[in-house]
Design a protein around this ligand. Structure first.
Ligand code: HEM
Length: 132
C-alpha cells in the first residue's frame, strides 16, 4: 500500500477526490463541534464553522494532489503563520488530532491510508504549536 500511495496514486485519488475529502472535513468539524474532548479547540473557532470547513476542505484538496483551490483563493497557505493568532500547545494539538483520527477511523479510506494520513497530520499539527 505504501508503494501504491507514493508511486501510482495521489492521496487525492485514494481519499475519493473532493467528495471524499468533503466528507472527512465535515465529519472532523462535526466531531469538534460536539465532543467535550475537543471543547478547548472548539472555543478557538468562530461560532459558525462554515468558513473553517471550506478552508480546510480547499487546503486538503490541494495538499493531497488535487486542484490548488486554497492557493488560488487565498495564496500560499503559510499554515504556521496563519495559526499564530491562536494559542496552540500540546493540549490543542492533541484535541485536533483526536478529532481527525476519529474522523479518519470512521471514513471508508483503506486502513493503510488511514494509518499513513494519521502520521502526516500528526507531523503538521506538531508544527502548529506556538506555546509551551
Ligand atoms: C494543532 C492544532 C490545530 C488547531 C488548534 C487549529 C486551529 C485553527 C483555528 C482556530 C483556525 C481559524 C479558524 C478558521 O478560519 O478556519 C484554523 C484555521 C486553519 N487550519 Fe488549523 N488548527 C490546528 C491544526 C491544523 C492542521 C494540522 C491543519 C492542516 C492539516 C490545519 C489547517 C487549517 C487551515 C487550512 C486553516 C485556514 C487558514 C486560513 O486561511 O486562515 N490546522 N485552525
Amino acid at each position: 500500500m505504501l508503494n501504491v500511495i507514493r508511486d501510482d496514486y495521489s492521496y487525492y485519488e485514494l481519499m475519493g477526490g473532493q467528495e471524499g475529502i468533503r466528507r472527512l472535513v465535515d465529519r472532523f468539524y462535526d466531531i469538534m463541534d460536539t465532543a467535550p474532548e475537543a471543547a478547548e479547540i472548539r472555543a478557538l473557532h468562530a461560532p459558525s464553522l462554515k468558513q473553517s470547513r471550506d478552508k480546510l476542505f480547499m487546503f486538503l484538496v490541494g495538499w493531497s494532489g488535487g486542484p490548488q483551490l486554497y492557493i488560488e483563493k487565498f495564496g500560499h497557505p503559510r499554515l504556521r503563520a496563519r495559526h499564530m493568532p491562536f494559542p496552540i500547545g500540546d493540549l490543542e494539538r492533541d484535541q485536533w488530532l483526536w478529532c481527525m483520527n476519529r474522523a479518519l477511523d470512521e471514513s471508508d479510506f483503506p486502513p493503510q491510508l488511514v494509518t499513513h494520513l494519521k502520521g502526516r497530520f500528526a507531523e503538521i499539527a506538531e508544527m502548529m504549536k506556538n506555546k509551551k
